[in-house]
Design a protein around this ligand. Structure first.
Ligand SMILES: Nc1ncnc2c1ncn2[C@@H]1O[C@H](COP(=O)(O)OP(=O)(O)OP(=O)(O)O)[C@@H](O)[C@H]1O
Length: 475
């Protein structure tokens, strides 16, 4: 088991001579850090894995092993400590080699106490700065993630509440929902709200063939298979200390399922072609649009893995079941698209909004975002109209027909003045929609002067709605 990190920085001194370790510990006692010792490579390895020191002071000559090997072994890991190598007298070449292999700094024997303090203090300061930077980045990300998962429907509020709860734990989470409902966004929100300092690493299990998935997940040693010309870390190691997001988990082959189960149970992985298990501290969040229970019945998915993955399950409902989120999402996407393409902000017309609300959204939020982005580009006026949405033709025509019928409908209440007023309102509104709110063009269609149309708008009580347009038009 990996022990939790306290806020105090940790230093590990690795030297086979007890007197040397004692001397260094004394010299460094005034620095604000916890100090541990190891007398050989094996002890050092286990200390690094269990206690995760921030800085390692490592003698290059250890009995039976080279400090350089240890450096290379750990230097590649995502959350590797900073190594300060202690080299023997007159071996500058070794020092260069150490720096090339990723050491933070080195000390050549014999060194002064002040020199030792300076180099270690420097390394601790580097770690402290890195932590501060990460904390800052995370707090910014947190804000953006919270802002990103939009929606106020009870359904999305429930999702948010579960995210808050599970984020604090290391429980595995299975996110279920149709394509485009925001499963990856939920996974990111869980990571960003957790205390995990490592990275969020995502992999789509449906996008890669089975053989590739295996080396993507677990990495490989040099020469593990044809084409493996270099040792490569897998996503598990990259996510060490963080979160691994396995998208489309239902598409994973039986072989990879077995390896994944072992990795979760043993909290360790083996690279392809590697002999040693590598401990990893990874929180797994997976997602699927499939009914995994059915896949289990059909023999395509392991039941034991399923139970491991879904300690907590989050259901993200399809957009059609939380239509009340559509206006908010559509407005936010319209604003974002306008910013992205440097276009003027566009509002969504009442009829376009109605159309958005009744559409079925088989592609969920992703489809809505794409539709709005396109509409922002295509729209000519300040408003997005139904035609700009370019939704499926038969469904679109229904809404457009309805719109047309409404526009042409002659009100009949036996009150000529009131009916005429109602007809004029509808007719003029329709004209303004057609021209994208351009009052001059609408006036031309109506065969009126622009001033007369403006006067008419005020008379019909439409001025407020179009006041921005009228003013914009007059400029
Ligand atoms: N509640 C939401 N608020 C804001 N944006 C959202 C929301 N839900 C989804 N999106 C956006 O919709 C798009 C699709 O979301 P995401 O990739 O998370 O869906 P998914 O369910 O993981 O899809 P797939 O199953 O196809 O991988 C993204 O651009 C995402 O930012």
């Amino acid at each position: 088991m990996v022990e939790a990190k306290s806020d105090r920085l940790r230093l590990l001194i690795v030297d086979d001579e007890e007197a040397a370790r004692y001397g260094m510990r004394r010299a460094l006692a005034s620095l604000d850090c916890e100090i541990a010792e190891a007398e050989d490579a094996e002890r050092a390895r286990s200390e690094i894995e269990r206690k995760r020191p921030d800085v390692v002071l490592l003698d290059i000559n250890l009995p039976g092993a080279s400090g350089l090997d240890l450096l290379r072994e750990f230097g590649e890991r995502g959350d590797a400590p900073l190594f300060i190598m202690i080299t023997a007298y007159g071996s500058e070449r070794m020092a260069v080699e150490a720096i090339k292999s990723g050491a933070h700094d080195y000390l050549a024997k014999p060194f002064e106490i002040d020199e030792l303090r300076l180099v270690v203090r420097n390394a601790l300061e580097t770690v402290r700065l890195k932590r501060e930077n990460e904390a800052l980045r995370r707090s910014l990300e947190l804000e953006s993630a919270a802002a990103k998962l939009l929606g106020q429907s009870p359904a999305i509020e429930r999702v948010r509440a579960v995210i808050e709860k599970v984020a604090e734990t290391d429980a595995t989470v299975l996110i279920r929902g149709e394509s485009g409902t925001g499963k990856e966004l939920v996974a990111r929100a869980i990571h960003e709200r957790s205390r995990r300092r490592g990275r969020f690493v995502a992999i789509n299990c449906a996008a890669l063939p089975s053989e590739l998935i295996e080396s993507e997940l677990f990495g490989h040693e040099k020469g593990a298979f044809t084409g493996a010309s270099m040792r490569r870390q897998g996503k598990f190691e990259l996510a060490d200390g963080g979160t691994l997001f396995l998208d489309e988990i239902g598409d994973m082959s039986a072989n990879v399922q077995a390896k994944l189960l072992r990795a979760i149970e043993e909290r360790a992985i083996e690279r392809l072609g590697g002999a040693e298990p590598i401990p990893v501290d990874v929180r797994i969040v997976s997602a699927t649009h499939r009914q995994l229970e059915r896949e289990i019945e059909a023999g395509n998915f392991r039941a034991d893995l399923f139970f491991r993955l879904r300690v907590v399950t989050i259901e993200v409902p399809p957009l059609r079941e939380r239509r009340e989120d559509i206006p908010l999402l559509a407005t936010a996407f319209a604003q974002a698209a306008a910013d992205k393409y440097g276009l003027p902000a566009r509002t969504i017309s009442a009829s376009a909004l109605r159309r958005l609300l009744e559409y079925a959204w088989p592609g969920n939020v992703r489809e809505l975002r794409n539709v709005i982005e396109r509409a922002v580009i295509m729209a000519e006026g300040k408003e997005i109209a139904v035609r700009d949405l370019a939704l499926e033709s038969h469904e679109t025509s229904r809404a457009e027909d309805e719109e047309r019928r409404e526009a042409l409908r002659v009100p009949f209440t036996m009150n000529f003045r009131a009916d005429r007023r109602e007809f004029e309102r509808t007719y003029i509104t329709r004209c303004l929609e057609l021209t994208g709110g351009n009052v001059t063009r609408a006036a031309a269609i109506l065969g009126m002067h622009r001033q007369s149309l403006q006067h008419k708008l005020r008379e019909l009580g439409l001025a407020r709605r179009y006041v921005a347009l009228i003013e914009g038009d007059e400029k």
